[in-house]
Design a protein around this ligand. Structure first.
Ligand code: GDP
Ligand code: IMO
Ligand code: MG
Length: 439
């Protein structure tokens, strides 16, 4: 049997429906590996109407026969892990015995959260709009080579020394630069001893497990978090997250050679959303608190239930941006797209698609690299008729309304990648596989 290693990434600004699709496809894999991000992610799974939201644990956990790996590219918040494990185990699921964590995961500790929050306050009226989970500061510690890692929890004597040093360094900044409350060593040390008992039994050599499974001919899934346009290098910098959210991150963040990755599935919402600050050329501005703004923005947000699965914040909504998607296809090397939430557009009379940007008299088919340049881009739209029919749970391509088929074909042509899976509802069952990634 030939194994397949499938990478799942978000192609936009996150929340494309990655969790749903990873869960769907995991009935065919031995393990699911998260390779970047942390508990800033919120991945929603709906099975027979029952909703589960995962933040740190890979979206294979609801399938009893599947193992879940947390790769070295993930920043691990032990308190979030503790909460998620407890919550899932309370439903009767076996979690700890199926979850394996890389020794090399950087830990997110209380001072990272304090720094994240203080930095956002210091940015005044230009916050990134982070999830406030300490993600950025934890990745900073990693590249500064001062971070504590999951494997350090094995030896609590040396952990205590490193913790004291690192905390002193950060508390100086928290107290004297940001004028915020320092983090207490005693409280944190007490928690870390508990974290050690939780995490150490789950530590494992993830690259070796991946290799062994592959040698055995077993399929694996690599689950991305966030989205391509939030990538630290390729996204709308500085309005990005602090990891490589693109497919290449699967190799470095899990510990597998790029030649072993067989298929990159780009999860793509049929329209666009973004949560937090930063440029969004196709945005249809609508504020749900005051019920003021664009009517279509309101319909997409309301029908799509566009509220963050992690922070509960209202997601900004807009038309599909083919310019951004072209870049996404390029830098991920997409093998196929999974188009999600088509059903959310079922009631629209007409639909717009951004096919290029205008910037200083030039027409751009690919986006610029920084947020400053992005802010000066104006979208150029083409308009297509809507289908005004329910597509929820459509069972075959031929059952789709013709206008919906035309919309999908147009997107494929603009992006240059075909749609291999179509999602027309939140439930696992409301999915149409057109071209099987395992085939
Ligand atoms: P992720 O972060 O990429 O896993 O996506 P989220 O779970 O944060 O957000 C996607 C939201 O859309 C969740 O509430 C899903 O239940 C829901 N969803 C996923 N696919 C579909 C779909 O095809 N149609 C509809 N209506 N909802 C969907
Ligand atoms: P999933 O995996 C959408 C956004 C935040 C903010 C920026 C930086 O559910 O798609 P961070 O806390 O990472 O430093 O915040 O990134 N962000 C997400 N947006 N979906 C996510 O994850 C996100 N994770 C982070 O809103 O704009
Ligand atoms: Mg999400």
């Amino acid at each position: 049997m030939t194994k397949r290693n499938i990478v799942v990434v978000g192609t936009q600004w996150g929340d494309e429906g990655k969790g749903k699709i990873v869960d769907l496809l995991t009935d065919r894999v031995a393990a699911v590996v998260r390779f970047q991000g942390g508990h800033n992610a919120g991945h929603t799974l709906v099975i027979d109407g029952k909703k589960t939201v995962l933040h740190l644990i890979p979206s294979g956990i609801l399938r009893e026969h599947v193992e879940c790996f947390i790769g070295n590219g993930v920043v691990l918040a032990p308190d979030a892990l503790e909460k998620e494990v407890t919550q899932l185990e309370s439903t009767g699921l076996k979690v700890k015995s199926r979850l394996k964590i890389s020794d090399a995961c950087p830990l997110i500790l209380d001072y990272h959260v304090a720094l994240d929050v203080a930095r956002e306050v210091a940015r005044g009226n230009k916050p990134i709009g982070t999830t406030g989970r300490g993600i950025g500061p934890a990745y900073e510690d990693k590249v500064a080579r001062r971070g504590l890692r999951a494997g350090d929890l094995r030896n609590m004597d040396s952990f205590k020394v490193k913790l004291a040093e690192t905390l002193a360094y950060h508390n100086y900044m928290i107290e004297h630069y940001y004028q915020a409350e320092p983090v207490s060593f005693d409280d944190l040390w007490e928690k870390c001893q508990r974290y050690s008992a939780l995490v150490v039994p789950m530590l494992a050599d993830i690259p070796n497990l991946i290799d062994l499974y592959n040698r055995d001919g077993k399929n694996l899934m690599f689950e991305g978090a966030q989205g391509t346009l939030l990538d630290i290098d390729q996204g709308t910098y500085p309005y990005v997250t602090s990891s490589n959210t693109t497919a290449g991150g699967a190799a470095s963040g899990a510990g597998i050679g790029p030649t072993q990755l067989d298929y990159v599935l780009g999860i793509t919402k049929a329209y666009a959303t973004r949560v937090g600050g930063g440029p969004f050329p196709t945005e249809l501005v609508y504020d749900c608190a005051s019920d003021v703004g664009d009517e279509v923005g309101k319909i997409l947000g309301t029908r799509g239930r566009e509220f963050g699965a992690t922070t509960g914040r209202q997601r900004r909504c807009g038309w599909f941006d083919a310019v951004a998607l072209r870049r996404s296809a390029q830098i991920n090397g997409l093998s196929g797209m999974c188009l999600t939430k088509l059903d959310v557009m079922d009631t629209l009379e007409e639909i717009k698609i951004c096919v290029s940007y205008s910037q200083n008299g030039n027409t751009l088919l690919l986006p610029p690299s920084s947020a400053d340049e992005y802010e000066t881009c104006l979208p150029n739209f083409i308009t297509m008729p809507g289908w005004n029919t329910s597509t929820v749970g459509t069972a075959s391509w031929d059952d789709l309304p013709e206008a919906a088929q035309n919309y999908i074909r147009f997107l494929e042509k603009e992006v240059g990648v075909s749609v291999s899976i179509l999602s027309t509802g939140p439930d696992r069952a409301e999915t149409l596989v057109l071209n099987d990634p395992f085939a």
